[in-house]
Design a protein around this ligand. Structure first.
Ligand code: GDP
Length: 448
């Protein structure tokens, strides 16, 4: 089952229970069964699923007290348990530091997506203001240097490699040395892979590691291998003590859920996931954001991070959002940014509620058209209206008619914009209270 279907299935199981008049034991058991089946079909390890089911059941039973809203309790418990399933709590992720040399070494089997991911990560950090260089220490595979060179050139990232030197350790240390001298802040070293795990590969990784002394070693793993991700990462862990994992090919593959939970069980955090072949198809991974997106609650933080990396205008929106506010002007700014960002399908998935669904139902072109009309609506609002929380339209509904006329849209479309803004405003409030410790992200996320 693909991840989007998993999210939908869990969501509808939770909604069914929360819509019911009485939430009795039978309803809870039905929910637990449905969630477990969905996870198993998404290839999550059966033991992990049974454990999740047990914990979920006991949380619901233990915390059920008079005065506690049982439906909200269930929503929160499901959200928390899913986060737990994909969370590796033991190890902190390394964060590259500005004005220092950060050496990042990549390891992994051939075909996992190492070279592609090196470039994606280089671009990711370059966009965040780091001076980044790439070193090709793969002297094993013919054409490896050409591939990295091609990728790096396209992405405008400085690179180092050799057509004549056959010793990968020498190439790696020469490259790192060169970039260090030139005060590069992030140096990414791509190493060679093999078709399968073999001692020669592990020996080579150890030698390169000793030569370049990486601040972080990242293992690149193909997510389409599902639960086998666990044994593969364990084998690599013994020889190259990597501190993070990037799961690639998370786009559209059935076994994504399996790989994520398997890897989380190896006590190494997933730093990023690769979601396509394009240079921008890399998303930072945090359990809460991942689960929010999976359940269609939206990934506002991810969206803002993405926008930030594109240097688009959104300073005021971030400030407002952190204060728990979201005005119509914020929605206007974000919508305009979204139209600049493309492809829309990726962005739509990060948004809460309706937009992602609209995208699935009517397709990219139609969604884009509707987005533009939403922007026209906001372009026709006055300064006072834009800076408001939208209640001004509730107090004076004639404003809705005026805006519809002025923007060449309909009253329904103006109302849809107002509804969307309300949804974001609720998200802003929820995020704020989550950051202050505790509130339930599922409580106010959906619907208008
Ligand atoms: P390497 O041998 O580990 O260096 O692997 P490559 O970087 O050459 O990638 C192998 C293939 O996987 C290439 O065709 C890449 O385009 C593809 N690939 C890498 N990452 C992703 C991803 O996240 N999604 C998809 N769909 N393809 C990917």
């Amino acid at each position: 089952m693909v991840l989007a279907d998993l999210g939908k299935r869990i969501n509808s199981a939770v909604s069914e229970v929360t819509k019911a008049n009485v939430v009795d034991q039978t309803a809870v058991d039905g929910l637990l069964k449905e969630i477990s089946n969905a996870l198993i079909e998404a290839d999550v390890n059966v033991k992990l699923v049974l454990n999740l089911r047990k914990k979920l059941k006991s949380t619901i039973e233990q915390e059920e007290k008079p005065g506690v809203n049982k439906k909200k309790l269930i929503q929160k418990a499901v959200f928390d348990e899913l986060c737990d399933l994909v969370d590796c709590k033991e190890t902190e992720l390394y964060k590259p530091k500005k004005k220092k040399t950060n050496v990042i070494m990549f390891v992994g089997l051939q075909g996992a997506g190492k070279t592609t991911t090196c470039t994606k990560l280089a671009v990711y950090y370059q966009r965040r203001g780091f001076k980044v260089g790439m070193v090709c220490a793969d002297t094993f595979r013919a054409g490896a240097f050409d591939q990295l060179k091609q990728n790096a050139t396209k992405a405008k990232i400085p690179y180092y490699g050799s057509y004549t030197e056959a010793d990968p350790v020498k190439v790696a240390s020469d490259g790192v040395e060169k970039f260090k001298k030139e005060k590069f802040e992030i140096i990414i070293v791509d190493t060679s892979g093999r078709h399968r795990q073999e001692s020669e590969l592990f020996a080579e990784m150890i030698q390169i590691g000793e030569a370049v002394q990486p601040n972080q070693t990242i293992m690149v793993l193909d997510a389409s291998i599902g639960q086998a991700a666990e044994s593969q990462s364990r084998a690599f862990k013994e020889s190259s003590n990597f501190g993070a994992i990037i799961l690639t090919k998370m786009d559209g593959h059935a076994k994504g859920g399996g790989a994520i939970s398997a890897v989380a069980a190896t006590h190494t955090p997933i730093a990023f996931i690769g979601t396509g072949e394009h240079i921008n198809d890399l998303e930072s991974f945090t359990p809460r954001q991942f689960v929010s997106k999976l359940l269609g609650i939206g990934d506002i933080q991810g969206l803002m991070e993405h926008v930030q990396s594109l240097n688009l205008d959104q300073k005021d929106t971030i400030k407002n959002f952190q204060e728990g506010k979201f005005t119509l002007r914020d929605l206007q700014t974000q919508m305009n940014n979204i139209l600049k960002m493309g492809p829309l399908s990726k962005i739509a998935q990060m948004l809460p509620g309706g937009i992602g669904e609209m995208m699935n139902q009517v397709g990219e072109e139609e969604t884009s058209k509707r987005f533009k009309r939403m922007v026209y609506v906001m372009d026709s609002m006055t300064k006072q209206e834009l800076d408001s929380d939208g209640d001004i339209f509730v107090d004076q509904p004639s404003r809705i008619v005026r805006v519809a006329r002025g923007s060449g849209t309909s009253v329904t479309e103006v109302e849809a914009v107002l509804m969307q803004q309300k949804m974001f405003a609720r998200m802003a409030q929820t995020t704020k209270s989550m950051q202050q410790g505790g509130a339930n992200p599922m409580a106010g996320g959906r619907g208008g």
